[in-house]
Ligand binder design. Structure first.
Ligand SMILES: Cc1cc2nc3c(=O)[nH]c(=O)nc-3n(C[C@H](O)[C@H](O)[C@H](O)COP(=O)(O)OP(=O)(O)OC[C@H]3O[C@@H](n4cnc5c(N)ncnc54)[C@H](O)[C@@H]3O)c2cc1C
Length: 584
């Protein structure tokens, strides 16, 4: 098998992977980026609404208010040291992106435009803030392309359309790189690296109706599980309130930020009842639940009363064309409505993975020890949606994920540079470790005789949607666990698509499905275990948040165990924000 050697292997070329790679390449490290799709097709490209930073260009603002909103938005499950670090770094990193070439929208005075987004306030819970920096409604596109160009300039080495199969771990628990598959040729390649960074994005494909790219199958999280590392807080999956009804594509929160609002079948602006103060700009979990309740109580719109309407006609064609051009396109193409004249039918859709691979704020992947201590796994880092640092806790605020990926991408890059100074040589590689990773590929050399990959994937998505959706109960979740377990068994006999026609992609679909099934189980098991309602995890049988018993992160292991570790409530320099009832 061919082998290559690098200081750092970055798996994933979304904003998280590329921001880290840039820091490393500019720091003279020899860095390789592996991506299963061409880098600028990573899901970051689809981010619409923007990135939060307390620049105070529109209304007064500061990082401490941003921190408060993020802690509150997380329903007090976020780690406050990481949140402080992120909110403090935000303004600097927006300016840095601008200098690197991101064409942010402008105010008439030439400063960066900022729009109001959900869960944002001035002065610790006061008036609505306007904190989200945007490039129209194509912010992720602008950021990803800029980071890619800067990496090309910095001579980062790209392996485009290579699929990472598994990590290599030695006897002392060092991570030594990964085995990847060249999708075009079907040949495996061993990439040996002194440090490996996972930046493989979220697992939105667990649910049938979702806003994610088809490639978001959680490969990095599943690789971590197989290497003996737990995944954290998987029960917290964000449902975005405004997906196009029946289809799932995202209509950015920026629409409500610009002044759009939701109505039910009676034309009532119902969010005024659920969140009298913030109304349509309450946190996403709050708005998604409100929509689900309106529909359940018979106030849905359309012949089947199965959605609500997002009104934005009153904004006028000029604002819509200038600030929301992508939404105009999407609504016309996918919902068959013209938002300049009529409202868009919307319904909550699976959007964002709050959980992921546990890390500290340097991006190091950490393992739990006894007495709440933690230990970093040498040579392994994770950033972005595949990681759980945890700045989003039980519910992410809109605009905080683009921020998360650049802040912690950069932080991990910096930490890796220090690690490389102390660890200058590649560690010995044994064939048996490589064989272990390769065996995963060998398993799919031949097709089984059972159901097809497509059928199983579809069934998994429907199962997750039905048994682990916006509202949950013990009984339904327990049934969900059994269903996913049974699916995992059926995976053994799964039938690949005809390889002579579709070549390698059939094997890759099977590998992705395997990853999805293991994360489906992680999600539904963690959800069953948590007997309270917090953020996106809403248990009808335990409707209240229970700080006494449940102010802790869950850790799910490959063998099915669920353990817990405390929330880091102590910030870096300021006072803690103690838990309060969460009202908007
Ligand atoms: C439609 C949409 C709109 C959004 N809008 C916003 C917004 O306005 N503001 C905001 O803050 N957040 C937004 N988000 C969330 C945010 O965009 C994402 O959380 C973030 O961009 C994730 O970045 P990432 O680098 O972690 O992963 P991604 O951008 O998802 O990249 C993952 C990378 O990993 C690679 N990869 C995965 N598996 C493998 C494998 N096995 N082998 C090789 N490579 C692999 C992929 O090829 C890809 O390059 C939005 C998300 C969606 C879906």
């Amino acid at each position: 098998m061919e082998r290559r050697h690098f200081d750092t292997l970055v798996i994933g070329s979304g904003g998280g992977g590329l921001r880290a790679a840039l820091q490393l390449a500019q720091g003279e490290a020899n860095v390789a980026v592996v991506s299963k799709v061409f880098p600028t097709r990573s899901h970051t490209v689809a981010a619409q609404g923007g990135m939060n930073a307390a620049l105070a260009n529109v209304v007064p603002d500061n990082w401490h208010w941003h921190m408060y909103d993020t802690v509150k938005g997380s329903d007090y499950l976020g780690d406050q040291d990481a949140i402080e670090y992120m909110c403090r770094a935000a303004s600097h990193l927006v300016v840095e992106l601008e200098h690197a070439g991101v064409p942010f929208s402008r105010l008439p005075n030439g400063k960066i435009y900022q729009r109001p987004f959900g869960g944002q306030s001035q002065d610790f819970g006061g008036d609505q803030a306007a904190r989200t920096c945007a490039a129209a409604d194509r912010t992720g596109h602008a950021i990803l392309h800029t980071l890619y160009q800067q990496n090309i300039h910095a001579k980062t080495h790209f392996f485009d359309e290579y699929f990472a199969i598994d990590l290599i771990r030695d006897e002392e628990d060092f991570i030594l790189g990964a085995v990847v598959l060249n999708i075009a040729t079907g040949e495996p390649l061993l990439i040996e690296a002194k440090t490996t960074l996972l930046a493989t994005g979220g697992v939105g494909q667990l649910f049938r109706t979702n806003t994610n790219a088809r490639i978001n199958t959680g490969d990095g999280m599943a690789m971590a599980l197989r290497a003996g590392i737990p995944v954290q807080d998987m029960e917290f999956f964000q449902f975005h309130p405004t997906g196009i009804a029946g289809k799932g594509m995202l209509i950015t929160e920026g629409v409500r930020g610009e002044g759009g609002y939701l109505v039910n079948k009676d034309g009532e602006r119902f969010m005024e009842r659920y969140a009298p103060h913030a109304k349509d700009l309450a946190s996403r979990d709050v708005v998604s639940r409100a929509i689900a309740i309106e529909i359940r109580e018979g106030r849905g719109c359309g012949p089947d009363a199965d959605h609500v309407l997002l009104k934005l006609e009153h904004l006028g064609p000029e604002v819509i064309k200038k600030r929301l051009p992508g939404i105009l396109d999407m609504a016309r193409t996918f919902a068959n409505v013209d938002p300049i004249k009529e409202p868009i039918p919307v319904f909550p859709t699976a959007h964002y993975t709050m959980g992921g691979i546990p890390t500290n704020r340097f991006g190091q992947v950490v393992m739990p020890l006894e007495h709440s201590a933690e230990e970093a796994i040498p040579g392994l880092y994770a950033v972005g949606e595949c990681a759980c640092v945890s700045v989003h806790g039980a519910n992410r605020l809109g605009g905080n994920s683009l921020l998360d990926i650049v802040v912690f991408g950069r932080a991990a890059g910096n930490h890796i540079i220090e690690f490389l100074k102390e660890n200058r040589y590649h560690r010995p590689m044994k064939d048996e470790w490589v064989e272990r990773a390769l065996s995963r590929l060998a398993r799919w050399e031949q097709s089984g005789e059972g159901e097809s990959v497509d059928v199983l994937r579809d069934e998994l998505q429907r199962t997750m949607e039905h048994y682990c959706g916006v509202f949950r109960t013990e009984e339904v979740l327990a049934e969900g666990v059994e269903k996913v377990k049974a699916l995992a068994k059926r995976l053994d006999a799964v039938r690949l698509r005809d390889q002579s026609k579709v070549f390698n992609t059939a094997r890759i679909e099977a590998l992705e499905l395997e990853n999805l099934v293991s994360l489906g189980l992680a999600t539904v098991k963690s959800a069953l275990a948590r007997q309270e309602s917090r953020g996106a995890h809403s248990r009808m049988d335990y409707p209240d948040r229970d700080d006494e018993r449940w102010m802790k992160h869950s850790l799910y292991f490959e063998d099915g165990r669920v353990e817990y570790k405390p929330v880091r409530t102590k910030p870096m320099s300021v006072d803690t924000f103690p838990p309060k009832p969460r009202v908007y």
